[in-house]
Design a protein around this ligand. Sequence first.
Ligand SMILES: Nc1ncnc2c1ncn2[C@@H]1O[C@H](COP(=O)(O)OP(=O)(O)OP(=O)(O)O)[C@@H](O)[C@H]1O
Ligand SMILES: [Mg+2]
Length: 428
Amino acid sequence: MEQGRPFVVTIASEKGGVGKTTLATNLAVYLKALDEDLPVTIVSFDNHFSVDNMFAIGPRRGASVAGLLRNEDPVQLAHLGEYGVQYLASERHLSPPDDDPLRLRTLLAQSTLGGIFIIDTRPVIDYFTRNALAAADLLIIPIKDRPSLVNAPAILDVFVAAGGSPEHAWLLPSLIDARLKLRNDIGMQAFLTFSGRERGYQVLDLCIAKSPKVESLTTGLSSRVYPVLTHARGTIVHQQFRQLADFVLAEERRRPTQAILKTAHPLPPGRLRRLQRTCPHCNSSIQSEAVLYWHDHRSRRRGALHRRCLDQIFGDDTLANWQDQGASLLYCDLDSAGVSGDADEAILRLLDQHGEEIQTRPIQIGAGSNFEKILAAMTGRSVGDFFRERLFVDLIATPLSEELSDPRYQAFHVLRRMVLRHQTSHEG
Ligand SMILES: Nc1ncnc2c1ncn2[C@@H]1O[C@H](COP(=O)(O)OP(=O)(O)OP(=O)(O)O)[C@@H](O)[C@H]1O
Ligand SMILES: [Mg+2]
């Protein structure tokens, strides 16, 4: 499947031993467990081989993280590892190829890796950490005590200086010993959360507890490191990683626009206005693959629909059939719906690239129809409230970033206006 730019999650802290690597590796496993269709890729800039120890299958092969610094395609560098997670092999020694902190961001912006890309960093603000911060769409800073909290701005400053928004940076209380009480009987999580927010930082409403069972997963005799998901399900940490993965997934789904904005050619901001961030049919992300762009004339809402979702709505192979007939635009005319008080039928028109009609047929849109839910998601109204809705769906599957850039964007709207004009003149 053709994928787009990945959503980049960086785990960073200048303090050692706050749980960065444990977080990064387990997050990858939990994300994959929550959504097996989502490509998840992990890389670490440290030299402990923790990523390899959890994910490698079989002997070490050639490509490694070193390739990233030589601008090699991450798709080629990633190995498919355990638990369905893709990983880049670690390196004992890495040296900076130059002093460009945007090298990784540029490389990933052009990448077709898709899904989520997790970066584990070293406990130092060096070339690699700077690159990881500049590339991040979401930054997670684990804090376990006062010193690591006080140190958080060091990381945040680098992130913001590279163009990151503080809105996308979160502190996460980590390695929390629930029995430990500070003055006035305050627990560590409450203290870190309160002090972090008082300093103006976003602190996640969850924590990762300190658990002997979790610790034993990395300190066992074998070099193999096991995930919490498979080997410590009985611990509270299991629940906490699930919550963390839910949070990261929600962020990824909320922000296709942000990822699009980080592409090589920024889009006019107007094109992102009223852009719906998830597929109206399945509600999952639309940024990582070729999709069908749609536009609702009245609300001016626009977004994208997965190809497979269109087939689920209209029946198997519908899209291929329509394309075979030369259709490039689907126009759904709900003009009569609502007006007559009988809101359950609309007209579907298939049009070719010149706006010529190929096929016209009525479709049921009333309560309980296949179409009802997605119409409501597209227009922002329920079927009963429809009044002169006109929906357009581009039937040529394209990544959303491309769909919103010239010349495709222009072509779609020229065709759309032509169809509307044509219809109005007929009505008149
Ligand atoms: N939730 C947890 N409960 C108990 N021990 C943990 C937990 N998370 C991590 N640890 C242990 O704490 C130690 C440090 O964790 P980890 O290596 O993930 O931190 P780090 O921030 O990556 O360290 P470094 O800065 O050295 O790379 C490890 O021994 C690990 O097993
Ligand atoms: Mg580490």
